[in-house]
Design a protein around this ligand. Structure first.
Ligand code: 2P0
Length: 320
């Protein structure tokens, strides 16, 4: 009746931005991501505690605002007739700040909920259920490089390369650890409804995915770097042109981009990506990690640096 799972957040190199179906939370575009190693969210689901209603503790603090989405996630996995649950989540990194905390939280919650209810669900179904809670969460069901394809009425997840086959590193530069003002769901809808670039974004995604897929297959860092930076800046351009505009960047975000450009000019194999928040993720070869970490930590406005390798799929850690 009780289970605990751990999931690592993932970072999209080819981004998911926009929904084809809001009710089913189906993405308008496919995406390719890397699952991280050092950052994690642990989620425990207790179906035997018998509380009067669902209860959610996030990092030991009761969190009624996040409860409805978590309750819906559990009901999707276990069924509407399930007992009330006590859910505890704990992350070792800032949440709701563009570091994909919803991906790791809902991936872990999905795995923990299925185990707590004694359901044996395959990875594809778990990914689909996690993805309905949060689009990016589906990808944390796989480790290393994963692709979430957008075809037909369902999502399909595939492994492109595991975390040991191309062990890249990621340096995360945190410029503002506080929660963002606009949620991803909200910002995606504003983009879809108002951005003049939205349709072009959707149309071009298949080409970007194919380029990245091939680069990963061939371990071609330069090609992956170029397409990932392009796809990231294109996604943010869609948002900047929406009405009202969504600008997740801080001034330090742009300074980090300049730092990455300088590192590239100096011969480092590194590229940046930015999600729905002001943090910058610099993906690099292991031998360049120390230089990237040093340069970003000296960039004005960077408050904290986290470094990580690529990590495994979400997994069950305890069940009783
Ligand atoms: C991604 N992001 O591919 C993109 C890039 C942020 C920027 O997926 O509405 O929390 O819960 O499905 O997954 C963040 O949005 O959105 C996200 P919902 P999610 O990683």
């Amino acid at each position: 009746m009780q289970a605990t799972a751990i999931a690592q957040p993932n970072i999209a190199l080819i981004k998911y931005w926009g929904k084809r179906d809001l009710a089913l939370n189906l993405p308008a575009v496919g995406s390719i991501s890397i699952t991280l190693d050092a950052l994690y969210t642990e989620v425990s689901v207790d179906l035997g505690a018998n509380p009067a209603s669902d209860q959610l503790l996030v990092n030991d603090v009761e969190d009624p605002d996040r409860l409805p989405r978590m309750s819906a996630c559990l009901s999707r996995v276990i069924g509407e007739q399930r007992p009330f649950a006590r859910i505890e989540t704990r992350s070792n990194f800032p949440i709701a700040a563009g570091l994909a905390s919803s991906a790791s939280a809902f991936a872990a919650a999905t795995v923990a909920a299925a185990a707590a209810a004694d359901l044996e669900l395959d990875q594809a179904l778990l990914a689909s259920l996690a993805g309905q809670a949060s689009g990016s969460a589906a990808r944390s069901l796989y480790g290393g490089f994963a692709e979430l394809a957008n075809n037909g009425d369902a999502i399909r997840l595939s492994a492109l390369c595991d975390e040991h086959a191309w062990p890249l590193k990621v340096v995360v530069a945190i410029t503002e650890p506080g929660p963002k003002a606009t949620s991803s769901t909200e910002a995606m809808e504003i983009s879809r409804k108002t951005s003049p670039f939205y349709n072009t974004w959707v149309q071009q995604q298949a080409g970007d995915l194919a380029t990245a897929r091939r680069a990963i297959e061939e371990r071609d860092f330069a090609t992956l770097a170029a397409i990932a930076e392009h796809n990231c800046l294109k996604m943010h351009s869609v948002m900047w042109a929406s009405r009202p505009p969504t600008v997740f960047w801080s001034s330090a975000t742009l300074r980090c981009l300049q730092t990455v450009r300088k590192l590239q000019q100096d011969g480092c194999q590194v590229f940046f990506t930015i999600d729905a928040g002001p943090q910058v993720k610099a993906v690099c070869q292991p031998e360049d990690m120390a230089a990237v970490q040093e340069a970003l930590s000296q960039t004005p406005g960077v408050q904290e640096i986290m470094t990580t390798g690529l990590g495994p799929a979400a997994q069950l850690v305890r069940k009783s």
